[in-house]
Design a protein around this ligand. Structure first.
Ligand code: NDP
Ligand code: HEM
Length: 496
């Protein structure tokens, strides 16, 4: 910054590069006279100003990001043919955007919420986007419920305020949410910084190797900074003190050369295991227990460069789970399949048809598609044919790339997944409560839930939620009921 002050400043110009004659005065008839329409410079300033905002993201509006690289640290070619993963030591440039989910662009960083953990790998085979969260699971397992869930988290139509009542109404009517709500209500729901939390691909994905063998995989980015969380009270205090605390922390750490890093661990399931695994391995409300599929370390992600211009490089960044490179594909997770449609559609609306031509979204590999024209297009392949087939050396698809598919058949239905032996909504949340959380974590969990459920939640909704907490764990249900002053102590049998 100081260098900039020492340099001779350039001449102000219009956006068309024409030198401007004043940074202070509009063109007027005499010093006090009326202003003139021919002052195209000031008119451009005002008109551009009116158009500075694009719609904010409908979810994950408040976020921050940085650039860096991903480095392969183990040979994974027996699992995937993805070129960016094919050599130990290979580095691929990345952009990582962190975010909260429910708040608007100006909202505080430190509120209780899942955190987005969206990575764009600029690979030699095109962009690979892994658009995950800091939780390995999610609230719902069917995309048809996503907008209803989000509506319950955001502002209500009447008073335009958020409503704990609506949140617990939705959650208590949707038992599948309880595992993620448990996670969210622990202190991991209020991470100390973006640097001190893990990231997850969350969904199950497919990897395919050069011999066409397929595997089911899960991505775990483990923070090298260590997990650190705020307590509920600390998070609330920081919300008041510095709403941009996470943004500032990330920027300052990178500016001073303290580059945050994550270790990439993968869980890998042989393709054939999925059918009879004890849980539905594609259900986004469940993890794969590590005892069943231990994680192997395959890489390291480092952030070492801040954006120069936040709007251009972070606000306009467009992540899409549908961006998957050869060797990587989706799984039958219905949420993931729904997301494949949703994001490019969101970007066409939020940024515009040619959002992939904005520099931050441009692949670093060549683009040879048959798409053309549209608002603000400037990258093109000259007079390349715009239809296929053609006789003029237009691009040709590569049929040798293995489609990441699986066998499927059946009647068209609207139905829940078929159940696996140990599928239920409460077991893994109970394991988290009983076997993973420390006694102190459990105390905080109870307090966090009681605080949250005390904020204007109607009694019948509290009681319905308590029945779910009993099914997670009778001790947890009892403690929350006591904390809320509810005179119910339902046994698990009574509430099923
Ligand atoms: P493990 O004991 O092998 O793993 C426990 C996992 O829980 C670790 O990944 C650990 O992550 C994470 N963890 C530790 N403390 C907390 C906390 N306070 N809040 C949330 N997560 C925490 O057991 P399992 O693999 O059998 O999983 C048991 C339960 O742990 C699951 O039911 C799930 O609720 C939770 N969990 C499981 C994960 C998985 O992928 N299997 C991932 C995250 C949570 P860390 O190393 O960062 O401490
Ligand atoms: C952002 C839709 C589930 C993580 C978004 C956006 C939409 C959306 C429309 C805004 C995109 C933009 O304007 O740039 C959906 C739908 C889902 C779903 C329809 C379910 C069917 C999930 C899940 C995760 C997730 C399960 C994590 C595992 C994110 C993240 C962002 C985001 C991290 C912000 C990306 C960024 O930083 O730009 N989602 N989402 N979403 N979503 Fe989802």
């Amino acid at each position: 910054m100081s260098d900039q002050f020492e340099k001779k400043p350039p001449v102000t110009t219009t956006d068309a590069g024409i030198p401007a004659t004043s940074d202070e005065h509009s063109l007027s008839v005499g010093p006090n006279g009326p202003l003139l329409l021919q002052d195209h410079y000031v008119i451009q300033k005002m008109a551009q100003f009116n158009r500075e905002r694009v719609p904010e993201r409908v979810v994950h509006a408040k976020g921050s990001g940085a650039f860096g690289y991903f480095e392969v640290t183990a040979d994974v070619t027996k699992y995937t043919s993805a070129a960016f993963l094919n050599t130990v030591g290979k580095r691929t440039p990345v952009l990582l955007r962190f975010s909260t989910v429910a708040g608007e662009q100006g909202s505080a960083d430190t509120v209780r919420d899942p955190r987005g953990f969206a990575i764009k790998f600029y690979t030699e085979e095109g962009n690979y986007d892994l658009v995950g969260n800091n939780t390995p699971i999610f609230f719902v397992r069917d995309p048809s419920k996503f907008s209803d869930f989000i509506h319950s988290q955001k502002r209500m139509p009447g008073d335009d305020m958020r409503s704990s009542n609506a949140q617990w109404d939705f959650w208590s009517l949707s038992p599948e949410t309880i595992h993620q709500v448990t996670f969210l209500m622990t202190d991991r729901g209020t991470p100390r910084t973006y640097r001190h939390m893990d990231g997850f691909g969350s969904h199950t994905f497919m990897w395919i190797n050069a011999q066409s063998e397929k595997f089911w995989v899960k991505y775990h980015f483990k923070t090298e900074q260590g997990i650190e969380n705020f307590t509920d009270a600390e998070a609330k205090a920081m919300t008041a003190e510095d709403p941009d605390f996470h943004r500032r922390d990330l920027r300052e750490a990178i500016d001073k050369g303290d580059f945050p890093a994550w270790r990439l661990d993968m869980q890998i399931m042989p393709f054939a295991d999925a059918a009879n695994y004890r849980f539905n391995p594609f259900d986004l409300t469940k993890v794969w227990p590590h005892s069943d599929y231990p994680a192997i370390t395959v890489g390291r992600l480092v952030l070492d460069r801040n954006p120069e211009n936040f709007f251009a490089e972070i606000e306009q960044a467009s992540f899409e789970p549908s961006n998957m490179v050869p060797g990587i594909g989706p799984s039958p997770d219905k949420m993931l399949l729904g997301r494949l449609f949703s994001y490019p559609d969101a970007h066409r609306y939020r940024i515009g048809t040619n959002y992939l031509q904005v520099p931050v979204n441009q692949p670093k590999s060549e683009v040879h598609s048959y798409n053309k024209d549209g608002s603000m297009r400037y990258r093109h392949n000259g007079n390349q044919p715009v239809y296929a087939p053609n006789s003029y050396s237009g691009p040709q698809a590569n049929p040798n790339i293995i489609e990441p598919g699986w066998e499927t058949d059946g009647a068209l239905v609207r139905s829940a997944y078929t159940l696996h032996a140990e599928d239920d909504d409460f077991g893994q949340a109970g394991t988290l409560y009983r076997h993973v959380l420390s006694p102190e974590d459990r105390d905080h969990l109870v307090n966090n839930i009681v605080n949250h459920m005390s904020q204007g939640v109607e009694k019948f909704i509290q009681e319905r939620a308590i029945k779910l907490w009993y099914q997670v764990d009778p001790d947890l249900g009892t403690r929350i009921a006591q904390g809320l002053g509810l005179a119910i102590s339902l046994q698990v049998e009574e509430v099923k």
